[in-house]
Design a binder for this molecule. Structure first.
Ligand SMILES: Cc1cc2nc3c(=O)[nH]c(=O)nc-3n(C[C@H](O)[C@H](O)[C@H](O)COP(=O)(O)OP(=O)(O)OC[C@H]3O[C@@H](n4cnc5c(N)ncnc54)[C@H](O)[C@@H]3O)c2cc1C
Length: 376
C-alpha cells in the first residue's frame, strides 16, 4: 500500500484504506486521541505520544486510525467550543470517520505567520454571516464536508487578537469555491493529502455556525495549534525512527569495498550516534511538553510547544538527510520512503508556524524573566 502511495495515488487506495479503518475500529483502536464517549480511546497526550510515533512510521498510519491533521485538531476545538447542535452535525460524524474537514486560515496575500492579520471578512446580514475572502493551503479541503474558517467579524476591536472569529462552513455552501489543489513538493495532492486554494464569494451561513465566541478566533486557533503542533512532533519522531533504521540497515549491509561495510567509516558512525542522541532528546522534549499540557493545559505549555516545534522539525530534517546520504543514489529514488519524506517534510519547518517565529516565542518568554520585553 505504501508503494502505491509513493507512486502518487491516494484516491485509488481509498477502498483498501476503508477496509483497514474498519479493522482498526473492530479492534477498539479507533481515534485514540478522541474521548471515549465519542467512540475514541480517550488517551491523554502523554499516552497518545508513543501511539502517534508508531503510526508516524508510515505516511498512512494516522489516517487509518482517524487521528490525522487537520481533523484531529478540528475535533478538539469542536469538543471545547462546539454547541450541542454543532457537535451532533459535525463532530460526531467526524470522529466516526464518516466525513472529513479542513481548517481555512492562511491567505496568499497576508503573512500566515501572523494569524491576527488577514483580509477575509464575515459580515452579519439578517440571521447569517456573509463571508468573502481568499485562502490557500487549506489542507484536505478536497473531499472535506466542512471547513472551519477564520474571518474578521470585529474589525474595530481595540486589539487585533480580538478581530477574527471561527465559523463552520459546509463545503457545499454556494460561494465556497475550491479553485484548485496547489501542487506542493512531496505531497500527493488529492483528497485528504491536498492543499487547496479557496475563494469565499458571498458565502452565506447561519450565525449559529459561529464556533465559540465572536472575536475569539485567534484564541481558539492557538488552543487548536498547541496540541496540533505536538501531534506533528510525535509523528515526526516515528518518521525519524524509520529513517534511522533504514540508515543503520544500509550502513551495515552496503560494502564500499570487499568486507568493508559503510558502517566501518567513522563519519557514518557519527551520523548514527548523533541521530540517536537527537531523536532521544526530541522524544524527551515532546513527552515533557505532553505532560505539561496534560497537567496544566496548552496555554501554560506555550514555551515547551514552540521549543519542540522547531527542534523536532530540524532533527527530522537532519536524520532524513543523513539517511539519504548513506543510501547514495538509492536514497533519492521513490522506491524508498526517504525521498518522499525529505520532500514532504521540508514543510515541517514552515507549517503551524515557521522556525523563526517559534524561536522568537521561546526567547521572548525566557527574556521576560530578565525584564526584557520584546513586542511581537
Ligand atoms: C504543508 C502545509 C500545510 C498547511 N496547512 C494549512 C492549513 O490546513 N490551514 C491553514 O490555514 N494554513 C495551512 N498552512 C499554512 C501555514 O500555516 C503557513 O504557511 C505558515 O503559517 C507560514 O505562513 P506563510 O506561508 O504565509 O509565510 P510568511 O508569514 O509569509 O513567512 C515567510 C517566512 O518569513 C519568516 N518569518 C515570518 N515571520 C517571522 C518573524 N516574526 N521573525 C522572523 N522571521 C519570520 C519565516 O522564515 C517564514 O518562513 C500550511 C502550510 C503548509 C506548508
Amino acid at each position: 500500500m505504501e508503494s502505491g502511495f509513493l507512486l502518487g495515488s491516494f484516491r485509488e487506495l481509498l477502498p483498501e484504506l476503508k477496509e483497514k479503518r474498519e479493522k482498526v475500529k473492530a479492534l477498539g483502536l479507533w481515534a485514540p486521541q478522541a474521548p471515549e464517549k465519542l467512540g475514541g480511546m480517550g488517551l491523554s497526550l502523554s499516552e497518545f505520544a508513543p501511539v502517534s510515533e508508531e503510526l508516524g512510521r508510515t505516511p498512512l498510519g494516522h489516517y487509518v486510525f482517524n487521528s490525522q491533521a487537520p481533523d484531529a485538531g478540528n475535533m478538539e476545538i469542536l469538543i471545547q467550543h462546539g454547541t450541542g447542535e454543532q457537535k451532533k452535525a459535525w463532530l460526531e460524524p467526524l470522529v466516526r470517520g464518516e466525513i472529513r474537514s479542513c481548517f481555512s486560515m492562511t491567505e496568499p496575500e497576508f503573512p500566515g505567520s501572523n494569524p491576527t492579520w488577514m483580509s477575509t471578512t464575515a459580515v452579519k446580514e439578517g440571521s447569517d454571516y456573509v463571508i468573502n475572502g481568499h485562502k490557500w493551503f487549506t489542507s484536505a479541503a478536497d473531499g472535506a464536508t466542512f471547513a472551519i474558517v477564520m474571518a474578521i467579524t470585529n474589525p474595530d476591536a481595540a486589539r487585533e487578537h480580538h478581530r477574527a472569529s471561527q465559523i463552520i462552513v459546509p463545503t457545499n455552501t454556494p460561494g465556497f469555491r475550491r479553485a484548485r489543489n496547489i501542487p506542493v513538493m512531496g505531497h500527493v495532492g488529492e483528497d485528504y493529502t491536498s492543499h487547496a486554494e479557496i475563494f469565499y464569494e458571498n458565502c452565506r451561513v447561519p450565525q449559529q455556525n459561529l464556533l465559540g465566541e465572536e472575536g475569539k478566533g485567534f484564541a481558539i486557533a492557538q488552543q487548536r495549534l498547541g496540541p496540533g503542533r505536538i501531534h506533528h512532533c510525535m509523528r515526526w519522531i516515528g518518521i525519524c525512527e524509520r529513517a534511522f533504521e533504514l540508515m543503520c540497515g544500509r550502513a551495515a549491509k552496503r560494502e564500499i569495498s570487499p568486507g568493508q561495510p559503510l558502517a566501518s567509516r567513522q563519519i557514518v558512525q557519527e551520523w548514527i550516534a548523533e541521530s540517536r542522541a537527537e531523536i532521544n532528546a526530541a522524544r524527551f522534549l515532546v513527552l515533557d511538553a505532553a505532560h505539561k499540557i496534560d497537567r496544566e493545559g496548552s496555554h501554560a505549555a506555550r514555551q515547551e510547544i514552540s521549543l519542540i516545534k522547531f527542534f523536532v522539525a530540524n532533527v527530522l530534517q537532519k536524520v532524513l538527510d543523513r539517511a539519504i546520504q548513506v543510501h547514495g543514489a538509492l536514497g533519492l529514488t521513490d522506491d524508498l520512503l526517504l525521498s518522499h519524506w525529505y520532500r514532504q517534510e521540508r514543510g515541517a519547518r514552515i507549517y503551524d508556524g515557521p522556525d523563526e517565529v517559534h524561536k522568537a516565542v521561546v526567547a521572548r518568554m525566557i527574556l521576560k524573566e530578565y525584564s526584557v520585553n520584546i513586542s511581537t
